[in-house]
Design a protein around this ligand. Structure first.
Ligand SMILES: NC(=O)c1ccc[n+]([C@@H]2O[C@H](COP(=O)([O-])OP(=O)(O)OC[C@H]3O[C@@H](n4cnc5c(N)ncnc54)[C@H](OP(=O)(O)O)[C@@H]3O)[C@@H](O)[C@H]2O)c1
Length: 286
């Protein structure tokens, strides 16, 4: 990965942090984002101690706030001649309804809209790479999402599991639609299910919520470390085996099937249109 610029969202913890450490070990130049400046600085220091790592730079941004996503994209555009790998990883689940600064339900705003916006704002830099890879972290939780997944929840009908499942389906549908819209270009787009990972996921809702998350996967005997959870993302970011592969969904370094609705092209167009509307972007990829 020497000479390749990799942008990782949600790099301050869990899967994103493990991706940063591994891609650093492979020699990449890293742009790392998250909200926690202290953790970001600690990660940069750790990466700088690794002689193999190209460079590491942390940019603070709250991705649930569209203004901050735009500032992040501008900072990356100023700093980098091109982006070779974009890892759309940051994500959260909220046990109670929370409107974002833009008055959009926070799960949808943080997990999907932020990455939709960031990816499109970095399009020129991805086009400037010889062969760019966009990797979006989805989840097996997408399979529980309903037909109308593209409509964010309101306070009256909030359901934490459904809101999370919908946002992860949106991640997957976005990754597929991006691949279709970028067919024949230098940019590929794929999605990943990292599996059940022992990270800080759900910790924002308190210890018990975190314990339920970890306990659920532990009881199913499928809980893995953040390092293991990051393996498929690092594989998609770096392996020649997946050169040119686009519009696919991966689990444990293998292509897997996703739910029926995730492959519905009409639903994908609806999500694309509503995401443009909610972010105020022009359609750059008609
Ligand atoms: N853990 C699992 O079992 C599992 C399973 C399937 C999919 N996933 C997905 O994997 C991804 C990574 O999760 P993880 O397990 O590594 O969880 P984690 O340890 O909680 O890490 C989440 C990362 O996202 C960042 N983040 C959260 N909200 C943010 C916001 N508003 N703005 C900017 N950054 C934000 C956090 O950074 P700051 O705190 O610094 O903001 C942190 O770096 C998520 O998309 C999640 O949905 C996880």
């Amino acid at each position: 990965m020497k000479g390749k610029t990799c942008v990782i969202t949600g790099a301050t913890s869990g899967i994103g942090r493990s991706c940063a450490l591994e891609l650093g070990r492979l020699g990449a130049d890293l742009i790392l984002t998250g909200r926690d400046k202290r953790k970001g600085a600690e990660l940069v220091r750790r990466l700088q101690r690794d002689r193999a790592c190209g460079s590491a730079h942390f940019i603070r941004a709250d991705l649930s706030v569209q203004r901050e996503v735009r500032e992040l994209a501008a900072a990356i555009r100023n700093r980098c001649a091109r982006v070779d790998v974009l890892i759309n990883n940051a994500g959260a689940r909220f046990d109670t309804f929370r409107p974002s600064a833009d008055d959009i339900e926070s799960t949808f705003a943080t997990n999907h809209l932020s990455h939709f916006l960031l990816t499109l704002l970095l399009l020129e830099k991805l086009q400037a790479a010889e062969a760019a890879r966009v990797i979006t972290v989805a989840s097996g939780a997408h399979a529980s999402a309903r037909e109308d997944f593209d409509r964010p929840f309101r306070a009256e009908n909030y359901d934490r599991k459904a809101a999370y499942g919908n946002s992860k389906l949106a991640n997957l549908v976005f990754a597929y639609e991006l691949a279709r819209r970028l067919r024949g270009t230098n940019i590929t787009s794929n999605a990943v299910d990292p599996g059940g990972v022992a990270s800080n996921f759900a910790r924002n809702n308190g210890f018990m919520s975190w314990l339920r998350h970890v306990g659920y996967h532990a009881l199913k005997r499928e809980l893995v470390s953040a390092k293991k959870g990051a393996e498929t993302i690092v594989f998609l970011a770096s392996s020649p085996e997946v050169e040119g592969v686009s519009g696919k969904y991966f689990f444990r370094k293998r292509e897997i099937e996703s739910s029926g609705i995730s492959k519905d092209e009409a639903a994908a167009k609806r999500l694309w249109e509503s995401s443009l509307h909610m972010t105020g972007l022009d359609d750059r990829l008609k």
